[in-house]
Design a protein around this ligand. Structure first.
Ligand code: ATP
Ligand code: MG
Length: 503
């Protein structure tokens, strides 16, 4: 990972880092005390030549290389930037490749037929190769709008509007507030580790902020004043949690310190953007680690207030078990290349608070199914004000929860019908998870596993061998009471969680 024998002191700009023991200082050998505390971009980058870093072109996608080279051949500056450079330094496979250039979006569109422009205020070019998209961003000026505007990902036809330009009487552009140079662009980046530029012209890395050292130390440091950078864009709080989780990086103390005080400003971030960020946190294969980071940073209550409340009432109860198991399960699926859905994720997260609220309604005399439906509506409608989960996920979520009741009332013809429901698989997976978490009867879960394994013509006999509790009304009270106590958010009244587990 670290280029063997790279002597950091020999790299121009790092020369002030001297070794304490007389040996040369290697890239992975740098101590925190040796580096300046605040990450302030230098006017000139430290340039790390190809011989002194491990990034090989073979690790860069063919599509990204095509874009980089064509821009360069047209006379523009052309850099790979952001997470891809960071990941390549770490020896990881980047999720996507972003390109930064001094070419304007219109120039990029002229160079690539397979290109569309997106974004209203700050225009970006997407160059499309099959299902790979290379995002090409023109260097931004210091005054350019913040990152949030990237999220406006609608395709646009018009060339960039001119309201950001200051022209003289003859129309000559005196100043362009939108586009800048690479040494201005570096300021807008969040962490030092994300602010490295790989130059296709000579395969060197340009480092304005000590980002290579940050990567080698596996540390996240916000560029500039952390408090200000979080306030500019509170999503950086979530990005800090995500990179800590995904990369196993720690936060520099200065980057960690303001988090608690800035966290409430996440309330001002559009709920749609928080949905996108939630998916990056939880469906990227590091959900359990993301949950841990978000918990450490006190950010769960910002994203999922009802869940945070449930966990504050019953920190180690069934809701917690369900989340732990559900997130681990999601990570395992990603690792195996299986699909994961926002519906299942939110099913795992919201079940605890919904069950608790439903139980309160039942205690007040509401019928069980009505109570569950009401609780679902209330918890989900509050949740989507924070994190805008689209209807195409909340509608199946409602169905998945609704089917849990029918899983418990197993037996009878309706069970066989349930097997044919298009959402059976997701609902069954969720029921299994609840059983594992102590929220449903494992024997019933086993029954559902077995009936699926039978040939279709033998299923009815198995189903009819069980008294259909729901239909015939046999023992409904007993089943319901048991379910309530074991529900995702149950265990109130001082009962320790273990006693609510299956007998
Ligand atoms: P990932 O591995 O998730 O793709 P990434 O670092 O590439 O991580 P992206 O969201 O793809 O993250 O963004 C690309 C780059 O754009 C980042 O590395 C960073 O330099 C910059 N960036 C993205 N979002 C922000 C933000 N909210 N504030 C500042 N800079 C940002
Ligand atoms: Mg990226």
């Amino acid at each position: 990972m670290t280029p063997p024998g790279t002597d950091i002191a020999s790299i121009e700009g790092y020369a002030h880092i001297t070794s304490t023991n007389g040996r040369p200082t290697l890239l992975n050998d740098i101590r925190l005390d040796d580096l300046p505390g605040a990450l302030t971009p230098r006017p000139k980058p430290v340039i790390i030549s190809r011989a002194d870093h491990p990034i090989s072109r073979a690790a860069i996608s063919g599509a990204a290389l095509k874009v980089l080279y064509r821009l360069k051949e047209a006379g523009f500056q052309s850099f790979l930037v952001g997470g891809s450079v960071r990941d390549l330094l770490l020896g990881l496979t980047p999720k996507d490749f972003d390109v930064a250039t001094n070419a304007r979006p219109e120039d990029v569109r002229r160079l690539f037929r397979n290109c569309r422009l997106i974004g209203r205020r700050f225009r970006l070019a997407h160059v499309i190769y099959g299902d790979e998209i290379i995002e090409v961003a023109t260097f931004r000026a210091a005054q350019a709008p913040a990152e949030t505007d990237d999220e406006d990902a609608r395709e646009v036809e018009e060339p960039s509007s001119s309201d950001h330009r200051v022209s003289d009487d003859s129309g000559r552009i005196l100043r362009d507030n939108l586009y800048g140079t690479i040494d201005e662009d570096v300021w807008r980046r969040d962490f030092g580790a994300n602010a490295l530029y790989y130059n296709i012209a000579d395969f060197s890395i340009w480092d304005y902020v000590g980002g290579v050292a940050d990567v080698m130390r596996r540390e996240l440091r916000l560029i500039g004043d952390p408090q200000t950078r979080y306030r500019e864009d509170p999503v950086r709080l979530l990005r800090a949690a995500r990179f800590a989780a995904k990369l196993g990086f720690t936060l520099h103390p200065d980057t960690l310190k303001p988090i608690a005080s800035v966290a409430p400003s996440l309330a001002g971030v559009p709920a749609a953007r928080l949905f996108d960020e939630s998916l990056k946190l939880f469906l990227g294969g590091h959900a359990a680690a993301s949950w841990k980071s978000l918990t450490e940073f006190g950010l769960i209550e910002q994203l999922f207030p009802a869940v945070a409340e449930e966990l504050s009432i019953d920190p180690d109860g069934p809701a917690r078990q369900l989340i732990d198991l559900g997130l681990a399960n999601t990570d395992a699926r990603v690792a195996m290349g299986k699909s994961v859905t926002p519906t299942f994720l939110f099913a795992v997260l919201l079940y605890g608070p919904i069950v608790r609220l439903a139980e309160e309604r039942i205690e007040q005399g509401a019928p069980e199914l009505d109570a569950l439906a009401d609780a679902f509506d209330r918890v989900v409608s509050e949740q989507i004000r924070r994190v805008a989960v689209p209807k195409r996920f909340t509608l199946p979520l409602r169905e998945l929860y609704g089917m849990q009741h029918r899983f418990e009332q197993h037996g009878g013809r309706r069970s066989v019908m349930l097997l044919d429901n298009p959402r059976f698989r997701a609902a069954y997976d969720f029921f299994l998870l609840r059983a594992q978490a102590g929220g449903a009867d494992p024997e019933v879960a086993q029954w559902w596993t077995e009936i699926q394994e039978l040939p279709p013509e033998e299923r009815l006999a198995k189903a009819l061998a069980v008294a259909p509790a729901g239909e015939a009304g046999a023992e409904p009270g007993k089943r319901r009471r048991r379910r309530r106590r074991r529900g995702g958010g149950g265990n109130r009244g001082g009962a320790p969680p273990e006693t609510a587990g299956p007998g």
